[in-house]
Design a protein around this ligand. Structure first.
Ligand SMILES: Cc1ncc(C[n+]2csc(CCO)c2C)c(N)n1
Length: 235
């Protein structure tokens, strides 16, 4: 199946994510507050873009099942994804509302642009492939942390891990997306599959880059220039 092929192709990137110092920090309950804060600031912006991309995806969908799926994703982001953000904010001792006005940093900007670009191709296969690493890598991260015994009650990230860990009784969100991907892949040419695979793998790398830029707080070199320019237009 195409989804199995995608997972296999992405293995080196997935290993890189699981070994990333940010994820290791979650495993041992110790991540620098500055990294958590940068993550929440950037993720808030990233998820806003995600909602718009899902909205566009609904406009391209022709069946109610897919429309319902995208609708569920939007609801999930609006109503549930705030929970893991609150966990990071509590650990970093920062106020969530204060983190919601950041300028997207270069890596987040690239990831958001990549998603929009997938949308612009007009192909639901490309859109689903580009967005799949979002639920997939998070489920893999959480399940990996549970399997390595990191989800203990004394770990401050316990609730974060359990939020994303897959539930035995429930088909995970990630499996649902892979099922849609396979459905569209059946009607696709080899060339279309190759394109979708590139969208998928680049999003996987951008997931890695997202942890990386938060861990090291990588921002625009001339961020002060950007921010000063914003001030110039404030009345
Ligand atoms: C950079 C980044 N990637 C993935 C997620 C996790 N996530 C966001 S929405 C969603 C459900 C799928 O629509 C999941 C699992 C995140 N918060 N930030």
């Amino acid at each position: 199946m195409f989804s199995d092929q995608l997972k296999q192709q992405a293995q080196p990137i997935l290993s890189g994510i699981l070994e990333h110092p940010f994820i290791q920090g979650i495993a041992n309950g110790n991540v620098a507050p500055a990294a958590l804060q940068f993550y929440v600031q950037q993720d808030f912006q990233y998820l806003n873009e995600f909602i718009k991309i899902y909205g566009n995806a609904i406009a391209k969908s022709n069946d109610r099942e897919l429309m319902g799926f995208f609708n569920d994703q939007i609801s999930f982001i609006l109503n549930s994804e705030i929970h893991p953000h609150h966990i990071f904010c509590n650990i970093a001792r920062i106020n969530y509302e204060d983190q919601q006005h950041a300028t997207p940093a270069p890596k987040a900007y690239l990831y958001e642009s990549h998603m929009h670009r997938a949308g612009e191709t007009g192909s639901l296969l490309n859109i689903l492939a580009a967005f799949q690493p979002c639920p997939w890598t998070y489920t893999e991260i959480a399940d990996h942390l549970v399997a390595q015994g990191a989800a203990t009650k004394d770990n401050p990230f316990y609730d974060w891990i359990m939020f994303y860990a897959s539930d035995d009784n429930d088909k995970s969100m990630s499996d649902t997306v892979f099922a849609f991907v396979d459905r569209f892949a059946k009607q696709a040419s080899n060339e279309e599959l190759a394109t979708a695979s590139q969208y998928f793998l680049k999003s996987c790398e951008l997931e890695w880059q997202f942890w990386e830029h938060a861990f090291y707080q990588q921002d625009w070199q001339f961020k002060a220039t950007l921010d000063h320019a914003k001030e110039d237009f404030k009345s």
